[in-house]
Design a binder for this molecule. Sequence first.
Ligand SMILES: Nc1nc2c(ncn2[C@@H]2O[C@H](COP(=O)(O)OP(=O)(O)OP(=O)(O)O)[C@@H](O)[C@H]2O)c(=O)[nH]1
Ligand SMILES: [Mg+2]
Length: 390
Amino acid sequence: MIVGVVGKPNAGKSTFFKALTMAEAEIANFPFTTIKPNIGVGYVRSRCSCRTFSVDCRPNNSYCKAGERFTPIKLIDVAGLVPGAHQGKGLGNQFLDDLRQADALIHVVDISGRTNDKGEPTQDHDPEKDISFLAEEIDLWFAGIIKNNWEKIKGKVQHEPKTLLKELATQLSGIQVGETQVKKALEETGLMESLDFTDENTRDFSSRLREASKPITIAANKIDLDSNGNYGRLKDEYDMTPVCAEAELALREAAKKGLIGYTPGDSSFEAKSGLDEKQAKALDFVKTRITGVYGSTGVQQCLNKVVFGTLRQIVVYPVENENRLSDSKGNVLPDSYLVSEGSTALDLAYKVHTDIGGKFISAIDCKTKMRVGKEHVLKDGDVIKIVSGR
Ligand SMILES: Nc1nc2c(ncn2[C@@H]2O[C@H](COP(=O)(O)OP(=O)(O)OP(=O)(O)O)[C@@H](O)[C@H]2O)c(=O)[nH]1
Ligand SMILES: [Mg+2]
């Protein structure tokens, strides 16, 4: 699963990405700082099952802080998108290509309105324009793929109308669009029968595919600079999270240096001794103007919202020893995995290893100590031992 970080140039995408991944990413106050995509691992936060089971965990693929488990998820930060990108404007199609694999997008918007649609400094840009243009660009990108392949598809479909669904799904599989999504959009638009792929109909069809395959969550970034009240004006109309990526990055860096105690996503942090005057002032700003006002910096909240809300994932913990809740080396609750709501014990077995999935015998729910079958539906926080043949 991959979450893409998108938006116009200079909106704060790389700052947001860096705060989540602590990976190297260039950040600068001018457009098109990022050209090649940054790929890294971020973490979603959920209550660790070590608390429910009252055990001390020793995570391996993830980490646990103050009883909160941080489970990995891949993130990609791409170049800034400008209107007309689908036709090659700005850095053009390349980074749209970089987004092919994404399952969901976080749209980092400069809510302060202090950069124009090209990412250049200004005073009173309306961020509402950014919100609509981004979804449009992605719709047009999808529509372009259909248009470019339409002659090929049409030829085959004329011989055998039933193949429309298959042909479209094949062309769109590269951008993570599945057959079920194509089918639903074809039915909703009536295109399955009419085959009337005019520009307008193709656009409508693409828009539905985009909503299903690359849903967008809005991060209202640079909230610290929003003196024009844009967030207050737009928050009822759009579902968005107030964000200060710069503050989150500062908190994570300060925590890494041991200057503060901070668990990502918390509503507050604790300053330790040894801060110089500048650091103390910066942290005071974060406290009084960001976390104290909005309840957090919003960065962790955005990622959690995408993964647990939009993508409907749950966290489960596979173990090898059902009594010690550990792997074979004795590490307690070593791994936490994201799986889709409704996943079964067999799905988890395959996720752990294809061999284990193939030789699945049964599973043990470590909470109830009950043996369950492959159809057993997993719940958030479940600790599961998979029993498989040799
Ligand atoms: N005040 C404020 N500035 C921020 C915030 N987030 C990012 N910035 C600043 O905005 C500028 C652009 O940040 P980047 O992260 O490089 O933006 P980007 O969207 O990746 O830009 P491109 O790669 O050029 O598309 C930098 O000067 C950041 O320090 C924020 O929450 N508040
Ligand atoms: Mg960037």
